[in-house]
Design a protein around this ligand. Structure first.
Ligand SMILES: Cc1ncc(COP(=O)(O)O)c(C=O)c1O
Ligand SMILES: N[C@@H](CCCC[NH3+])C(=O)O
Length: 461
């Protein structure tokens, strides 16, 4: 399973990925529909996505190139909206946020979660109605809070006592009331990498239920005249493949809703259970479908509320990866193929950790294929690496590519739509790649490639 690798000594060490390299796939040219975008197929041997061939894309837009299957992205957004009808689905913009992406999610009936002033600026520039935006962040500055309050965002998720004071002061100054949720940590440890698990007690997000911090936050917000407490928020982690963690978290938060009701006489109307739903990075990952998740979450919250004699709150979820990840691929050009005798073959491509930091950061697993042509050659166990000055600059640790792979071939890595462009850097002064949206045989640049001028633009010498 493509869980994350874990640092030595981590308490998650029991889920380290297998040390043995995977067996070669039966067919090196196959495109598993669980992993590749919905419209991906081969035509005359070449990968075509959204009706556009990768060679044409690479020639027109160069490589590395992020290619986003727009119809697949929209369909995934719609599936969430349909499965969670009657609830709110906030697309988590941290996964991937561009003006086009923001418009797609709004057109498909979702709302948008941002977690910084920069993401808020993109959302507003895209024309997203402020009331459909929710704002997260464990250290929102006064400036960010002011911008959000001035714009009239629909809700702000409170993450610290300092923020309660800060937002109250801003709202008072603007003479308006801000709707807020309180982010609570439930003590649920999702089975994921410790850098991305977010609901255990010993971390920076939210207010712990177990220590009384959450109850104190509720009291403070209720006492703030310009804050309107509408609900609670809980997010348990990322790349989660089963609902058990959500169920425990939902139960604990619902019990806390009941305590708030009994102790403070306040009925909170909203419950946001966050994002974190896993996707298939490799073929043996088995993600849950939105309907299963929706049914499970709604029934557990309903049951808990009935038992506690509470009205059922309006639910919200915040999927990011599950919408943006699978429809995106990265197309690279092979530059060098180096056989380190008796060990493995290193295939170097024209990007690397600057366009996909997830392998280096989390030990994330990916899969890839030769996509500019088909090949009958046998499998060559390869390590797909970038062009950065780091030996950890690895995109895919173990990947079977055809043994006749040569410089100039195009290789695509699947499921890179989420947290690749959004976490991209300019390390070694590599310009960040473009992203093109492909749909119905047409390609449209939605983020242009950086140039050397862009790299020098901020360097004022
Ligand atoms: C508060 C919050 N909501 C939503 C998400 C989106 O998570 P994912 O992209 O895994 O669905 C995250 C990121 O983990 C998050 O921190
Ligand atoms: N960036 C992470 C997920 C963390 C999201 C924010 N809580 C990833 O690529 O898996």
């Amino acid at each position: 399973m493509s869980r994350y690798a874990h640092p030595a000594g981590s308490r998650h060490a029991e889920i380290l990925p297998e040390d043995n390299p995977p067996l070669p796939p039966e067919d090196l040219n196959s495109l598993d529909p669980r992993v590749w975008p919905a419209t991906a197929r081969r035509e005359d041997g070449e990968l075509v996505v959204g009706g556009v061939g990768v060679r044409e894309l690479a020639d027109a837009h160069r490589t590395p190139l992020f290619v986003m299957d727009e119809e697949d992205f929209r369909a995934r957004a719609r599936d969430y909206a349909t499965a969670f009808a009657g609830s709110d689905v906030y697309y988590a913009g941290k996964a991937l946020l561009t003006k086009a992406v923001a418009r797609w999610v709004i057109e498909e009936g979702l709302k948008l979660d941002v977690c910084s002033g920069g993401e808020l600026a993109v959302a507003l520039a895209a024309g997203v109605p402020a009331e459909r935006i929710g704002m997260h962040g464990n250290n929102k500055s006064e400036r960010e809070l002011r911008r959000a309050a001035e714009a009239g965002v629909g809700r702000i998720i409170i993450d610290s006592l300092d923020e309660i004071e800060r937002l109250e002061a801003v709202a008072a100054d603007l003479d308006r009331t801000c709707a807020v949720l309180i982010r609570v940590t439930t003590g649920v440890e999702a089975h994921t990498h410790e850098f991305v698990a977010t609901a255990h007690d010993d971390q920076k997000f939210g207010f712990a239920l177990s220590t009384g911090a959450a109850a104190e936050a509720v009291r403070r917000v209720l006492a703030a005249p310009h804050l309107d407490l509408v609900g609670l928020h809980s997010h348990i982690g990322s790349q989660i493949f089963d609902t058990s963690g959500f169920e425990v978290a939902a139960r604990r938060v619902t019990r806390f809703l009941a305590d708030v009701h009994t102790d403070l006489g306040v009925t909170l109307a909203e419950l946001d259970l966050g994002g974190g739903l896993g996707i298939a990075y490799v073929s043996d990952d088995a993600p849950l479908d939105p309907k299963t998740i929706a049914d499970s979450l709604t029934s557990i919250v309903r049951r808990e509320c009935e038992e506690a004699g509470l009205p059922v709150p309006r639910l919200a979820v915040e999927p990011g990866r599950a919408i943006a990840g699978p429809p995106g691929i990265t197309v690279y050009e092979v530059g060098t193929v180096k056989d380190v005798e008796g060990i493995r073959t290193y295939v170097s491509v024209d990007g690397g950790m600057s366009d996909n930091i997830r392998t280096a950061l989390y030990g994330a697993q990916y899969t890839g294929r030769l996509v500019s042509r088909e090949s009958d050659a046998g499998p060559m166990l390869s390590r797909l690496v970038g062009k950065h000055c780091e030996s950890g600059d690895i995109i895919v640790h173990d990947l079977h590519l055809p043994a006749d792979l040569r410089p100039g071939d195009l290789v695509a890595v699947a499921a890179t739509g989420a947290y690749c462009l959004s976490m991209a850097s300019n390390y070694n002064h590599l310009p960040r790649p473009a992203m093109v949206a492909v749909r119905d045989g047409a390609a449209r640049v939605i983020v242009r490639r950086e140039t050397e001028e862009d790299l020098l633009r901020l360097d004022v010498g």
